[in-house]
Structures are given as structure tokens and as C-alpha cells.
Design a protein. Sequence first.
Length: 136
Amino acid sequence: MRDFDSELVEDRSIKIGGQVFHWRYPHWKDGAELFDREMSEVSEAAEQNGDAKEFSFVADTETAIKRVPMFLDTENDAHKRWKDLVARKTDPVPRHQIAQLYRYLVEVTSGFPTTQPSGSGSGDGSSEDSSTEGAS
């Protein structure tokens, strides 16, 4: 028997910018509507730009900031803490971490495979095993 319940991620804690949040699986309709909006936005941009969607780091980050709360458990004023966290100017959360958090939440809650981190915790970056993904 395939036990779908056992396939759900059990550790639903994330830490970003010194804050710990707990995430939840959104209702199926909320997740489906999210994908519909994203597909619609991609199609719209493709029509306007001749299939070349113009990327904006600001828009990408603002979209992530706006959509992350749909995945957050509301305990401990999580939505307010998230808003305060991304607004702070002192010790700000890097843009790439905000975008990566959003992608992670979409991937894990939708059942899409996530990229596993490498086995080495830290190093000098000279490993020949390193991926070129994310190099920019």
C-alpha cells in the first residue's frame, strides 16, 4: 500500500534572517490558483514580448515576498514577522534567499522534486563536484 500521508514533509520549520517560521501545505485550491496565476503571467509576458519574458529582480522578489505568507503557519504572528523581516534595512535578508525560500515552498508543497544540497557543509569552493547551477 502506498501511504501518501508518510510522503509529506514532517519538518516544516525554516529559518531565515534569524527568524524561525513554520510552514504548512496550503489548501489544494490555493495552490492551484497560484500556479494558474503564474502560468497566466508567463503567457501574458510572452505575448507582449514575443516569447521573451523580461525578467525583473524587483518584481521577482516582490512576488516572493507577497506569496510566502500563503505557506506560513500563522502562529506567533508569522505574517507580521515576515513583513517586518523583509522590510528591515539593518541586517537585511539577501534578495536571493527570499527568492529561494519562495521556490522551496512552492516545490515542496506541490510535490515537485527539490534540489538537494551538497554533502559538504562549507568549504573553499574549489571542489570539482560543485554545480554550475546558481552561479551568476
